[in-house]
Design a protein. Structure first.
Length: 283
């Protein structure tokens, strides 16, 4: 018997096949260009998450979904719900002072990882709301409600762009281990950005891999998904009549169930290894 969970898993499987064939930056329409320009200011980070870039391939979904959801995204209810998505403190590794890329570079890694980590609860809740809007009877967000406007980029937020060079054999091994351990369709930009410091990422992964392969990690991931789904059930969601419903569902399910939870857990692990437990939403 098909359940919502099995339906979402099937959607995520379709999304894993669909995502690698999509352009990294699709040619925007005027409407999607406006969305992509607004996303950083609303989410407080100096980059656009790949979930929006993927959905930009279907402008008749992304643009109205974003416009309908902006008032929710800026609401106190959304912020409070996102704040409930936490990492179990028992899952975090102990700080490891031997992990260093040099003082200035280690500080950049810390700020970049913290930027990502703060964003991910918002993205997990957003994708949960948007997926719910395509799959369940839900309270529709009011597209006419006034949007609060962008809050701007957080002062300490930074971006790191992968340098694009061919990885060393050791980095290639680490990338492939991360991809297979997390069942990812491709290595995500966060890990490739840390690969700019080829002496840093392998040591981090050697310490995170046993955790990522453990039962506690799997349980934390499932708890995150359940908590996000429960929080989304109490919020208005974008209910959009679109010809791209199947594609949007697949992309949203992939990001919600696989990509965002593992990034949330792994960024917490990196911050913990760097001794930055104050920056982690730990329960």
């Amino acid at each position: 018997m098909e359940t919502p969970a099995t339906t979402e898993r099937a959607d995520a499987e379709r999304g894993a096949l669909l995502l690698p064939g999509l352009p990294g930056r699709p040619e925007p329409t005027p409407a999607t260009a406006e969305v992509l320009a607004e996303v950083p200011g609303y989410l407080g980070v100096p980059f656009v998450s790949p979930v929006f870039l993927a959905l930009a391939n279907w402008p008749d979904y992304l643009a109205p979904a974003w416009d309908a959801f902006k008032p929710v995204l800026g609401s106190a209810e959304f912020a409070a719900a996102a704040a409930t998505l936490r990492i179990p403190a028992a899952l975090l590794p102990a700080p490891d002072p031997s992990l260093s890329a040099g003082d200035a570079d280690t500080e950049l890694i810390r700020r970049y990882t913290a930027t990502f980590h703060r964003l991910l609860p918002q993205l997990l809740l957003l994708t949960s709301c948007w997926y719910r809007g395509l799959t369940a009877k839900a309270r529709a967000a009011d597209p006419q409600a006034p949007a609060p406007g962008p809050r701007g980029i957080a002062p300490d937020a930074v971006d790191v762009t992968p340098d694009g060079s061919a990885p060393t054999p050791e980095l290639a091994r680490v990338y492939e281990e991360i991809r297979t351990t997390h069942d990812l369709p491709r290595v995500l930009s966060f890990y490739r950005a840390l690969g700019n410091w080829p002496g840093f990422l392998p040591g981090v992964w050697d310490r995170l891999a046993p955790v990522a392969r453990g039962t506690g990690y799997a349980a934390a991931r499932e708890a995150l998904l359940a908590d996000a789904a429960a929080a989304a059930a109490g919020l208005p969601v974008p209910v959009i009549d679109t010809a791209a419903a199947e594609e949007a569902r697949a992309i949203l399910a992939l990001f919600r169930t696989r990509l965002i939870p593992v990034l949330f857990l792994d960024t917490a692990g990196v911050l913990a290894l760097l001794g930055e437990t104050d920056a982690i939403a730990a329960g």
